[in-house]
Design a protein around this ligand. Sequence first.
Ligand code: PLP
Length: 434
Amino acid sequence: MNERATMKINSQGKLEIGGIPASDLARRYGTPLYVMDETYIRQVVRAYRDTIARTYGDGNMAYASKAFSCKAIYRIMQEEGACIDVVSGGEIYTAKAAGFDLSLAYFHGNNKLEEEIEFALESGVGTFVVDSYDEIEILERLCAARGTRQKILIRVNPGVEAHTHTFVQTATVDSKFGFSVRSGEALDAILGAASKSHLDFAGLHSHIGSQIFDKQAFVLAVDVLTDFAATLEHTHGIAVRELNLGGGFAIHYTAEDPRYNVEEYCEYVRNLTRALESDVARKGITRPYFMIEPGRSIVGEAGVTLYTVGARKEIRDVRTYLAVDGGMFENIRPALYDSRYEVVLADRAFDPIEETVSVAGKCCESGDVLYKDVALPKARRGDVLAAFSTGAYGYAMSSNYNRNITPAVVFVRDKESYVAVRRQTYDDLIRNDQ
Ligand code: PLP
């Protein structure tokens, strides 16, 4: 657990989030429960925005809402002056319903459906991040029919691949996202897009991966992208007025990861703006508007999932399973990526550690083991178990597998809590059944 002012173990060994004991939240709202620390979310967004303003000036951040999307988070981003990244008609719809100013939205997707493109245009989405030749044609046709001109970025692949602690530079890149810079596809796409009268080519977008610890990977991407911008500007007379460097900044999940605080995220940004500033001067290119697009680092550590402990199964000399009322339907990441997390008994954090157990979900699936090999005091039926850093790609990837209902999402702030997303009911499960 990465303690901070708004999330700590109090003197009685009880976990508190936003000044409220986690077990009180569990009692009041039921479990499983997603708890989001709103103060922390706002702190990280402010840190990103302030650092960009102080170190570069002209720029902003877009919250990658795929990490966690609901009306409450879009309202927070609006209040904080941040942009958002959306990847589907559904995310656009949710942001719109929250009253978010969609001129500040970046619309992503490798296969935006024609009806999603129509909906985005109708809703006034500010920027399309174009990711295929088809999209260039469809967008041009739809904008021509509407008599409008749409700002676009082209998503490019700089050939820098980052995998958590390391990165590699690959000459040929096998990815469904982006146009490769090295293969010449990116240049082709941009020349095509720039010739369209209803598209306003504003610049480049790149996203090199997720949960990246190695800051050098981003610096290398800036180098490749500014080289490419120089070719575009000096050889083809096309200026890159905006450069969006994507997201991917890492967070703390387990003891093996660094314990980042908000200052560390400022360091990621400073690295990028420093590299960009120096490349712009050295390569003699137009100074672009600076964008980043973090998701996980904003909501990941803000989220804690609370469970109630149920059945215990001790398999002698093999393993002890401790089952909880959640499972892969509310956190698919362990089953999907073998992701690891830290857990604690919410009211017994100071009790001596007595055993190593694997926390199992309740789904009818052997692979539904949420938190493998975690050290805990001897947990009793009814104890509240808290898992940390679950705010990103948890609720966002939830499902109704086994017809389990999606837990509620509660936001906490200054000792107050409110339901941002209510718990589903069984009626929700059959709402669309005919
Ligand atoms: N931007 C794009 C295009 C992405 O695909 C992603 C994540 O996959 C993000 C931003 C956010 O990344 P992260 O949540 O790791 O910050």
